[in-house]
Design a protein around this ligand. Structure first.
Ligand SMILES: *Cc1c(COP(=O)(O)O)cnc(C)c1O
Length: 228
């Protein structure tokens, strides 16, 4: 067995166990393999091993890798500059990083031109760290209410990035809070907003995230190895 095959097996097993602890069907958890540090060979190998969702944090990389592997789903997970919006529309299956109002307006304008519906997740900055993007929790209701005016941009859930910590337990309150916002928002039934995906958890904390209700995790290092 290759190292990648072993890693995939380990991560899947941990996902399964965390889902069981959360009382969730493991099949309802989407594992997004974050391939930003690896090239086409590793991606091809991961495809063969059954990985069907890949995440990239730069538009150029996503487009290049997607043209080589169009048969899998490509998720845009990193900060998105407005001048790159036109390139990503119709290419990413989901943009996880809708992190500011200006970007929502840009996406809507471009999507209308290109006649594409654009599924996104609203990125929420729970911890308040300045280095992290996203709207603050108290801004979420107004943001979602205002999204209703758009025809092409669709919100399909929420995303957050927890602070980097030594003990994954420290991230639990962050995930708990996003889950709470997810549940409240769901009840509000905003037009154009569907609370379907809760994207939280990376290598350091995906098990905790799943325990707290994540149904989409973005895992890089645990699959592809540490960055050099
Ligand atoms: C790189 C990245 C990940 C994956 O991080 P790992 O620690 O390698 O699992 C997840 N989400 C985002 C937004 C990233 O940029």
């Amino acid at each position: 067995m290759t190292e990648l095959a072993g890693n995939i097996q380990t991560v899947r097993e941990k996902v399964r166990k965390a889902a069981m602890r959360a009382g969730t069907n493991p099949h309802d958890i989407c594992l997004v393999a974050v391939s930003k540090t690896v090239g086409p060979d590793e991606i091809g190998h991961a495809c063969q091993l059954g990985i069907a969702d890949f995440g990239e944090n730069r538009v150029q990389d996503l487009l290049r890798k997607q043209s080589e592997y169009p048969q899998v789903r490509w998720h845009m997970i990193g900060h998105l500059q407005t001048n790159k919006v036109k390139d990503i529309i119709g290419r990413a299956c989901l943009i996880h990083s809708l992190d500011r109002w200006e970007l929502a307006e840009y996406i809507e304008r471009r999507a209308e031109k290109q006649r594409f519906v654009v599924p996104t997740l609203l990125q929420v900055n729970i911890s308040g760290e300045e280095s992290k993007g996203g709207v603050r929790p108290h801004e979420v209701p107004d943001f979602l209410a205002a999204i209703s005016q758009f025809k092409y941009l669709r919100i399909q859930g929420l995303m957050t990035m927890a602070p980097e910590v030594d003990d994954p337990e420290e991230t639990r309150p962050v995930f708990k809070e996003l889950r709470k916002i997810f549940d409240t928002t769901k009840k509000q039934n905003y037009p154009q907003v569907e609370m379907r995906y809760l994207s939280m958890g990376m290598t350091q904390d995906y098990e905790v995230a799943i325990e707290e209700g994540a149904n989409m995790v973005r895992v890089g290092r645990a699959l592809f190895g540490p960055r050099w």
